[in-house]
Design a protein around this ligand. Sequence first.
Ligand code: HEC
Length: 154
Amino acid sequence: MKRPVLRLLFPALCGSLGLALHAQTPASDSDVPELALLMGDLQRLTHKLALSADAGNAELAAFYLHESQEQLRKIQREAPEYENLPIAVLIDRMAHPAYAPLQEAIAAKDQERMVAGLDLIVQSCNACHVATQHGFIRITRGTEVNPFNQSFAP
Ligand code: HEC
């Protein structure tokens, strides 16, 4: 085998070895980043929900409220337990009920109540982080600036 060929093959071999090792990672290890990723998606949806509520955009807030609830159900399906914590049960008890006041405020198209409802949801995020030994993850309203290339105006 000529050297240039080896030089080309070597990284490719290393790559497939890496893939093989990755595939052998036990299921419990690959579960570890999963809840964080799912939470990251929930965070983005919650942030957009906050910006919509803050702008008094009932139609857009209704969309992100629905998406957030779907994401919570996805978390319940995909990570019902995490490090021996009953995530799905806690979401049923702490997260889902927190969405009702915002839902009512959206139906009434009442911006002030929408923001109050949003605050209740953010509180439920943080209450569950405390309940699951992740109290250091503190969610805020985050409506001072719009970091997205998207308008939240009604
Ligand atoms: C069932 C309780 C529970 C609820 C409800 C909950 N979280 Fe979490 N959250 C967790 C746990 C546990 C972790 C740590 C996951 C890990 O260690 O991988 C976490 C991690 C996170 C993270 C860190 C991951 C990242 O991408 O930075 C963010 C952000 C987050 N949650 C946002 C939220 C938001 C926003 C809400 C509310 C809409 C929420 N969480 C509701 C339990 C919860």
